[in-house]
Design a protein around this ligand. Sequence first.
Ligand code: ARG
Length: 574
Amino acid sequence: MQQTADVTEELARRVVAAAGEALDVALTPEQALVQASPREGVDYQANLAMSLGKRLGRPPREVAALIAGALELGGIADPPEVAGPGFLNFALRREWLEDRTAALLGDPRLGVPETPAPRRIALDYSSPNVAKEMHVGHLRTTVIGDALARLLRFAGHEVLPHNHLGDWGTPFGMLIEHLLDAPAEQRAIADLDTFYREARRKFDSDEAFATRSRNRVVLLQRGDEETLAVWRELVAESTRHFDEVYALLEISLTGKDIYGESFYNPYLAAVVDDLERAGLTEISDGAVCVFPEGFRNREGDRLPLIVRKRDGGYGYAATDLATVRYWTAERGATDLLYVVGTPQAQHFAMVFAVCRAAGWLTGHAEHIGFGTVLGADGKTMRTRAGDTVKLADLLTEAVKQAAEVVAERSDLDAAGQAGVARAVGIGAVKYADLSGDRERDYVFAWDRMLAKEGNTSVYLQYAHARTQSILRKADGVPDGTDITLDMPAERTLALKLLSFGEALKATTNGYAPHKLCTYLYETAVIFSRFFEECPVLKASSPELRASRLRLTSLTSQTLALGLSLLGIEAPERL
Ligand code: ARG
């Protein structure tokens, strides 16, 4: 398998070595500030001379010239030009670029190395609530979390997914009683939201029912077997609904990934003991609390994390403390990632602070927040009736709308079209969710996400299908590995294909799927320019035709792999 450093890294290492020799400074490769250059005739630039000049008290252009003089480029690029205030401008050498591109052929990883330092990452995502329908907010955590799981695994890390189901707490008293009120043979729940609403209505209006519900909570917490059996029924009914959504979305979460809130019950008492023994707790208003340092409200009062409520019960925060302790101590996770909406940022910051103080957390923990899905009116997305949008309905609608888009110009039969409509519709919803900076809100708009032009999955899927159609017409890619980069459009395409690894690195390091989306979109645009300017099937010689088919095939593979890392299908025909 081809395992090479990417171009940026390779240039950076050489620049740093040259700086060390010419100026006697020790820099890290990042400090070389190498990046792809937008300038005409320049492929990469190194921007270190400006800051280095300041540090050394020497004119940056002089610093740049000294580095240039000491550079050992090993055939990668011509000696760099010093430009402007002190940029080092590199033009990669054609032969080197051709060889590098040829080396990608036949490599299923397209030249992207696996990390030399694999980590064991506990990834909390999706995490819906039992007896409530998954709504559009859970779309984001599910789609982003799934993409991150794929990206991190591809990078060579071990991913331990866990679905932190909201399956415990006081509402379960009324939910269990409501389920028990139904005749045994009618216990299947057709609609979770309706079920929840009915239970709530009875609880609010029927005093006897409310009393029964409160008693039921006590029984549940005491571990009463009969009560637990009904609770399990409720959880099973709900997960059946969730599994339908996961199947529609092609998300790999299964029953074995469920670590609901209830899972941590046996650990809660020990959490409190540990915290008390460490002297971290205080009693406030009858509740056991920890006041982590640095958290205050606007009035300047310290903020508590409630560990055990005044009535002896445990809540959301206590469960999350136990969760950290479990995944670090018992499962050996080196990293904890939580894909949860931005409103919970403070909750996680406080949980991490307490866990560090308690000594349960020494590694990396990060809350991967995301913004809200908005309707056309710029407010949180709702149905016309004003309800939250059910994910299952939304996805069904996506496939329906995609079917119309696909039918416009497809030569597939009905069955083929149905498969493609699924890939296009679900892909569009996922891509719309992934292609913007995740911290920002976005407006959900069918016409925009299903547009055939622009930064959409449909555009990428068409680009991929086009590469496949070219390869079919050519009867495959000829044997051999020669690549010719004569035309600027060929060169630009090759450079882009070679920077796939860099795009993936930036995506994975920043937990930022939108960076991969942008890369894939740019690749598709560059490919279409290449296809306009460089005849492939009718190239002027067999050698050139073969080379262009190889570039087409690499593009095809890049788009398909990139989309698959986002959890999006790339059908061969649309
Ligand atoms: N069930 C919660 C919700 O729907 C999300 C849980 C996130 N994970 C966690 N460990 N707190 O908002």
